[in-house]
Structures are given as C-alpha cells and as structure tokens.
Design a protein around this ligand. Structure first.
Ligand SMILES: [Zn+2]
Length: 475
C-alpha cells in the first residue's frame, strides 16, 4: 500500500513537474505568426523551381558528393525541426553547395537552398553553418518572399521576378547584370527588419529543435562580420540586414529554448569536410565567375570586362531604325529601343548602340540605362552627385554641363533632366549627352543617358524621346 502510494506520488509529482515545465517553455519562446500572404503555396513552389533552374545553369554547383551529402544531411535535420504549423508538405527542400568563395547562402521560395563553399569555410562550427541554414529555412517556411510581395501589392504577373531576381542577385554575368544588378537591388534584395527578426527567432527555434545550440546562429553573424574585415559587408549580411540588437535577440530567445538531445556538436565531421574543401582548388569569387561567364559565353560580346570591347568605331553609323523592339529585364523594366541597336549588359547598366558606334571607350551613338546607389534621398541632390561623377569619370572629362536641371517625368514618376556637351575625343565632333534620372523605391537612382554627335541630334531626338516615353519600371 505504502509502496503504491509512493509510486503514485512520484507519478503525480512528475506529472505536476511536466505540467509546470511545458507551459513555461511554451510561454517562454516567442510565438510567431505567419505573415499575411495573398499568394498560393503553389506560387512559392513555382517561383523557386523556375529560379533554381536558372541558378543551376549559371552557378558552379560544387561537384563533391561528400560535402554535398553533409550539407544535405544537416539541411534535412533542420527541415524536420521546423515547427509543425510552419511545415508545408508541398515544399521540396533541397540543398546544394555552390563552389564560390564569397560568404553567402540563399534559399528560394518553396525550398531550394544554396550554400556557398565560402560560407562553410568561414563557419567556426557546424552549429554556425547550421545557423545560417536555419535562418534561411525560416524565411522559406514563413513564405517571406511572397509575403513581402503581398505587402508591396505586387500583381501576380510580377511575381516571376522574385525568383529570377533571387537567382540574379547572386550570379552577375550577362543575365545577372540585368536581373541581378538592376532588378534585384530594385526589387527585393533585402528582407524587411520585421522579417529578419522573425527569421532570427524561428531560426533559433529550429536550431534548438534540431539539437543545435541556438546561440550558434547569433555567433555566426559575428563570425561573418569579422571575416568582412571592416570593408564591404559580405553579400549575406546585406541581404539579411540587422533588425537591431540581433545578437541579443537570438541569445534571449535561446534562453527560453530547450535544445533537443542536449546539443552536442559534431565537430569531427565538420572539420573533416572543411579539410576536404580546403584541399580542393581555390574557389572563384562570384565576381570572377560572372566575368568569366561574360568572356566565355561571348556571343560577340568581346573580351575582358567591357562587353563592347570588340566594337570598331566607324565614321558611318546607321540612323536609329524607325522600328523598335521591346527590351525587358525581368519585370523590373520594360522599354522600346530602335531595333538596330545592340544591347550590352554590364554589372550595373545596359548599353544600347548601333554597329560602328561602340567600342572599348564606350559609345558615340546610343543610350545607357542603369542604377546607382544614391547618397542622398533628395532626387535633385542625388542627380547632381551622379552627373558630377559622370563628368569626372574616366574618358568623360571633356563633358560640361550646359543646361540647368529641369523637372520632368520618367516612368510616371518625378525626374530630373540635364544636358552635357563637349568635343568627343572619339569622333572629334561635338557631342550631346542627355541625362534623365529618377528615384527607385529603395532610394537608388535610376538613370538614362542618351548620346549622339550634335550634328546628328535631330535624327536621334525622336528615338530618345520614344525610349524615355516607353519606360515602365516595376520596383
Ligand atoms: Zn534573413
């Protein structure tokens, strides 16, 4: 009898203890609510699938079965640890290693994830590497890509851009130049602070569920910062901006989490993979990859970084065709250009020029569109900065501003226009350069620069006006 009572008491005590412990844990950890999203699960999946096809065509996926399997195993362990309310059984999570030295990783809507070799090599522990992956998984599970599009009221037909851009953001090169540099920065390289906090918190919870110390996620942000050497922040940090006190937020969350299985670390396996990677030939940077793609793919785009380098300047240049064609870059921009102008994408701009008017010193006839980071939020100030920079640029010092800034519109928004003139060393003739600028929603400056010899300006004005009028921006 006594024995029975004793047993019962123990059980009761344990039950009471369990009842006490469970609510404590449940109340302690931050509750996350799925952000509003007007898109279907299938939209996330399609976006991710389309973009991953593009990524895999253009990025060097590491061909090393052991390293890949290792990353896949960790990825699967983390996927299994996603809280059930954020599991989407339709999502297909898969994990690849990109053979690039930059410290970066990204996940596409619906599941495909890419971890750069540089990220694995930078991490100090398996937990730190898993931390980056858990953070990325949290963005995917919370459907932040389409949620952000919902918030910005993007029509569904623009959604295709997200995927392309996420791909483009990391690949550079010809497509990358257009989609990545133009499109991505304009569209959504950055998750909002709100989503960053969510991904940090859910990332920490996933870590704990998977048996990792969630504080390793916080540590990884420090590790990445240190590797940047105080110069340019690694790509990964700029697309996942610190919502403020990130390190503290994650560590606070970690205190309320119980690490499944005690959180022992698998250091040996991690070190083995790091050693293995260090014995492989040095990985290229994304910039090198993009440059080599430009060179290798060529298609008449010439050698070296300048895609126009193959061009030969001629004194006889065909007039702009009266027929136009539509140029698009993702869904970020659409505009008409004369159909006898070739296009040359570079890292942050696209040049348009007829045969005989382009070469390694730029263009003598044609136009250029592009985007640049604005130091000022004020459009006029940002425009002045850009124009001054343009005139000081290599090979442009013959240009002088010969008109005041005038207000106009571009793509339905406020814009500024001005004119520069000077004697072109390429043609030995007076040249007219028209500059029109406007602001993108992320604060960057979008510019159109139109170039022609003064004596031919009347033939070019019509083409430029058409081009400017036709510009549609979706940023
Ligand atoms: Zn993030």
């Amino acid at each position: 009898m006594k024995k029975y009572n004793f047993g019962k008491n123990i059980t009761t005590m344990m039950l009471a203890w369990a009842m006490l412990a469970v609510p404590l844990a449940a109340f302690g950890q931050t509750r996350i609510t799925m952000p509003k999203n007007k898109y279907k699960i299938q939209d996330d999946i399609k976006l991710g699938r389309d973009a991953s096809r593009q990524v895999e065509q253009q990025m060097p996926v590491l061909n090393d079965a052991e390293a890949t399997r290792y990353v896949q195993d960790i990825g699967q362990r983390l996927v299994n640890a996603i809280p059930s309310q954020f599991q989407h059984s339709e999502f297909q999570y898969n994990f690849s290693v990109i053979n690039a030295r930059d410290i970066n990783a990204f996940a596409l809507p619906g599941g495909p994830m890419y971890v750069n070799r540089g990220m694995i090599e930078a991490a100090r522990t398996e937990g730190e590497m898993a931390g980056v992956m858990a953070h990325e998984l949290a963005h995917v599970a919370l459907r932040h890509g389409t949620a952000q599009a919902t918030e910005q009221s993007k029509p569904l037909n623009q959604l295709g851009t997200i995927g392309l851009i996420l791909g483009g953001a990391v690949l550079g090169g010809q497509q990358g130049a257009q989609l990545g540099m133009l499109g991505a920065q304009a569209w959504m390289t950055k998750f909002s602070r709100k989503y960053e906090t969510q991904a940090d918190v859910l990332g920490a919870q996933i870590m704990a569920n998977a048996g990792y110390d969630p504080r390793d996620l916080a540590n990884m942000f420090r590790t990445i910062e240190q590797q940047s050497g105080g110069n340019r922040a690694p790509e990964w940090l700029s697309s996942h901006p610190d919502p403020g006190n990130r390190y503290e937020t994650i560590n606070r969350e970690a205190q309320s989490l119980r690490v499944a299985g005690g959180g022992e670390r698998n250091m040996r396996e991690f070190q083995r993979i790091q050693n293995r990677l260090s014995r492989l030939p040095r990985a290229q940077s994304m910039e090198e990859i993009a440059r080599n793609q430009q060179n290798g793919r060529g298609g008449g785009y010439g050698q070296g970084q300048n895609p126009m380098a193959n061009g030969r300047y001629s004194s006889r240049v065909e007039l702009p065709s009266s027929r136009s064609r539509v140029f698009t870059s993702g869904n970020f921009i659409q505009m008409s250009v004369p159909d006898n102008w070739r296009e040359f994408p570079t890292q942050s701009s696209v040049w348009f020029s007829p045969e005989g008017a382009y070469g390694d010193n730029g263009i003598t006839h044609g136009a250029m569109i592009g985007m640049t980071e604005a130091r000022s939020n004020n459009l006029q100030q940002a425009t002045e900065d850009y124009v001054n920079g343009l005139m000081q640029g290599e090979g442009n010092n013959y240009l002088r501003q010969t008109a005041n800034y005038t207000r106009t519109t571009l793509g339905g928004r406020n814009a500024y226009a001005t004119t520069l003139t000077g004697r072109s060393p390429l043609t030995n003739r007076n040249e007219i350069v028209n500059v029109v600028t406007t602001q993108l929603r992320n604060g960057n400056l979008f510019y159109v620069v139109a170039v022609s010899p003064e004596s031919e300006a009347s033939n070019y004005n019509y083409a430029f006006r058409n081009m400017l009028r036709s510009i549609r921006l979706n940023d």
